[in-house]
Design a binder for this molecule. Structure first.
Ligand SMILES: Nc1ncnc2c1ncn2[C@@H]1O[C@H](COP(=O)(O)OP(=O)(O)OP(=O)(O)O)[C@@H](O)[C@H]1O
Ligand SMILES: [Mg+2]
Length: 490
């Protein structure tokens, strides 16, 4: 149904795609996998009209098509959910879903009632409860992603492309999404699914195409001979193993304690404490309050009641700057909106919280700053042309690495990490896991908030499970299973 021939795309000196042949058949879910920066997003942007290729052809049903822009792609029946939200902030949820195709009354006016009802029905299909009249900008990244998926589904496209839809979705939304994708597959649509989560790829996809360094390594029918280990070898060109071992660190004194923290409508009576050397997992569905708790501790959100103690002493954290001074670092999950300044070079993003250290008398010592950036970027294995590359032009996973690198360069001893591995590839993920373990080993206190239960289980020594803003349970990681966590979370 959808084919590409010898697609090539350069960004300046970077060859993002180099002669890609790809094809998706009707009635299949086709995975597109590869390491961060392999070219997945670039390829799907080309077939959905957001980018023009430098060379090569796209064919739809055997006919060559010149896709001029995203609207054109939509008219051809190609619909995409991008890796990062493309919602219009000032419009409501319903308006965003039906942008450009609002239902109208006989008089030709927008039929607001029908708009609301249809939006509610679509969101219901995804098992997602949100007021369709809410402004898109008031939603968190995960919810915005759900709205985008609803929008893509509302266009009865023949080719549906999802660029990492699962990175920010919770378990129940994911299950719903998969049910819908299976139904669309049965209806004969071609679905392209970009993901780093191989478990999901094997659960839902029929074939997978592996990209490596802008080239296609091959297309494989998923099954017994092609398993996750096989795909990973194709992706990185060598064998690889996740050494997921639970940390057994020397546990020191308490670094962070939170008592009865409450914010009406967000979270209620949350108690937690983390000692030096500990990684405490914060599990729970999307919307269970995990993100808000991190923000409240970091001074980025107010709370109504309760107290925060750093090293046993009560503190009043007025704002994030105050939090950083007290040694608290926060990695938000919405790296696009909150953790990076996309227009700035990646190097500047890394030094931003510690710029003072490289400045004397108002003058920046750029050589020392450069060394600082190089060492962190090297440690994280960020793939970029250099420290001058603007953050927006990095691939999604590399942006996440830069966001984390930024905090590793500070003197923080308390790390609040919200979905630290969302959107990063398997190898980078284990690197990040190793770094987080290193942090704990060197005496930091880590709060690891994640919607991926296996990640929480592998990393934490204790687990708090959130459910609708409350701590639904506390588990010692030793003997816990995924089911135990899920039962408390739902
Ligand atoms: N606008 C741009 N300007 C410059 N370089 C870019 C731009 N967009 C992408 N690139 C580069 O092209 C390469 C491929 O990026 P792409 O976003 O397609 O990777 P990806 O496979 O989607 O990775 P991820 O898994 O991290 O999302 C990367 O090296 C990236 O830095
Ligand atoms: Mg991408």
């Amino acid at each position: 149904m959808l084919e590409t021939f010898q697609i090539t795309k350069n960004f300046g000196a970077t060859r993002a795609l180099d002669g890609i042949d790809f094809s998706a058949r009707p009635g299949e879910i086709h995975a597109l996998v590869g390491q961060n920066g392999a070219g997945k997003s670039t390829l799907v942007k080309i077939v959905s009209g957001a980018l023009r290729p430098d060379a090569g052809k796209v064919r739809l049903d055997g006919h060559t098509v010149q896709i001029g822009n995203p609207h054109h792609a939509l008219r051809l029946g190609i619909s995409i959910v991008h890796q990062h939200s493309g919602l219009v902030p000032g419009l409501t949820v319903a308006e965003n879903i039906f942008l450009g195709r609002m239902p109208t009354t006989k008089m030709g006016l927008v039929d607001w009632e029908r708009l609301r009802l249809e939006a509610t029905a679509l969101l219901g299909r995804l098992d997602f409860q949100v007021d369709p009249n809410r402004l898109a900008e008031s939603l968190d990244a995960a919810s915005q992603q759900v709205i985008e998926i609803a929008r893509a589904l509302s266009i009865s496209a023949r080719v549906l492309i999802l660029d990492e839809p699962s990175a920010v979705l919770g378990t129940s939304e994911l299950e719903r999404l998969f049910d819908i994708l299976r139904k669309l597959r049965a209806e004969g649509k071609a679905i392209v699914f970009v993901s780093h989560r191989l478990r999901e790829v094997f659960e839902i996809c029929d074939r997978a195409t592996v990209l490596r360094d802008g080239r296609s390594v091959g297309t494989y029918v998923l099954g017994e001979t092609v398993d996750a280990a096989y795909l990973i070898r194709k992706m990185i060109g060598q064998g690889w193993e996740d050494r997921a071992t639970r940390p057994a660190n020397a546990i020191g004194h308490e670094l962070l304690r939170v008592e009865k923290l409450s914010r009406t409508g967000a979270f209620e009576d949350v108690n937690l404490n983390i000692r030096s050397g500990e990684i405490v997992g914060l599990a729970g569905l999307v919307g269970s309050g995990r993100t808000d708790i991190c923000k409240a501790i970091f001074g980025a959100m107010t709370f109504d009641r309760g107290g925060i103690f750093v090293k046993g002493r009560p503190v009043r954290i007025r704002d994030p700057i105050d939090a950083v001074k007290r040694g608290i670092a926060f990695l938000p999950k919405d790296r696009h909106g909150e953790s990076l300044i996309l227009s700035l070079p990646l190097g500047w993003n890394v030094t931003l919280p510690v710029l003072e250290r490289f400045t004397s008398g108002g003058i920046l010592n750029s050589r020392r700053e450069g060394r600082h950036v190089d060492s962190l970027v090297g440690r994280m294995g960020v793939r970029a042309t250099g420290p001058h590359q603007p953050a927006f032009s990095l691939s999604g996973g590399n942006q996440q690495k830069v966001a984390l690198a930024k905090w590793l360069g500070t003197q923080a001893s308390i790390f609040l990490l919200d979905e630290p591995t969302a959107g990063v590839d398997v190898a980078a993920k284990s690197q990040i896991h190793e770094l987080v373990r290193d942090l704990a080993r060197s005496g930091a206190a880590v709060l690891l908030s994640s919607s991926e239960i296996p990640e929480i289980l592998a990393m934490s020594s204790r687990i708090l499970v959130m459910n609708k803003g409350r701590v639904a349970g506390r588990l010692e990681a030793e003997s816990v299973t995924e089911q135990d966590v899920l039962r408390l979370a739902t």
